[in-house]
Design a protein around this ligand. Sequence first.
Ligand code: ZN
Length: 273
Amino acid sequence: MIFKKTPSLLSVCAFFALIFCSACINDAKTPDEPAVIEKASIDRDLFYHYSIWYAFVNKVFEGDLTVSKLKTKGDIGLGSYTKLDGELIMLDGIPYRATEDGHVSIAKGADKIVYVNTTFFDEDLSFKITNTINYDSLRVEINKQLPSKNMFYAFKIHGKFKNIKCGGLNKQEPPFKEGLDVLIPNRPIFKAEEIEGTMVGFYCPKFIGDINVAGYHLHFISDDKKFGGHVMEFSAESLNVSIDEMYEYQFVLPNTDAYRHVGFDKQFQYKKD
Ligand SMILES: [Zn+2]
């Protein structure tokens, strides 16, 4: 196990590059252009969360966050596009969309998102698994390694999978009839065998309640970028687990009529943590 909370060489270089660039640009531009200052103040240990899970469960299926804006908040992520038009999997700054028919594509900047978790990933801790492992035993292994169950964590877990089962969501049109309490148990399911890829995702402590998914939530994207979705089950031969600890959390509410008027009467949480 390797734990490194100190900034990586890359992030130190990036920091000085930002200072250098902002100095150059501030010299050349008028002082009323704040864009560079905003970039220099990116908080890489911030867990950014758009729309609360409770609203998403309760049929707030249209969001006002664009893919372009999401890319300013993180480089890995998971979530869903507006009207549940695909599962969102972001890896290395590229937002993928896995639609209800299993097709994977790259989302456009103007596309809207209804729920997302993201952060800028900096590895604090890593370990390898070289024996056969499934989702249940992976949870046990990560639980042993986490420095605290009271913090938030992001994951990049790459490896070889003997098989993997991923869930999608069926696209919805308004007026929305069913919440996620009905749609998730009836979700489309996609299976792959002998596939390499990356699971990206997050751990939230139980105290998060209905604001987000409590415990582990992982999405998958294959190395060839042709298969992806919400991770339900898998059996893997070897995995490299990379973990980023986060101690700041921001949630942003949808500024929409649907969110303003939603009733919080339905509940749904994935069962395992
Ligand atoms: Zn999911």
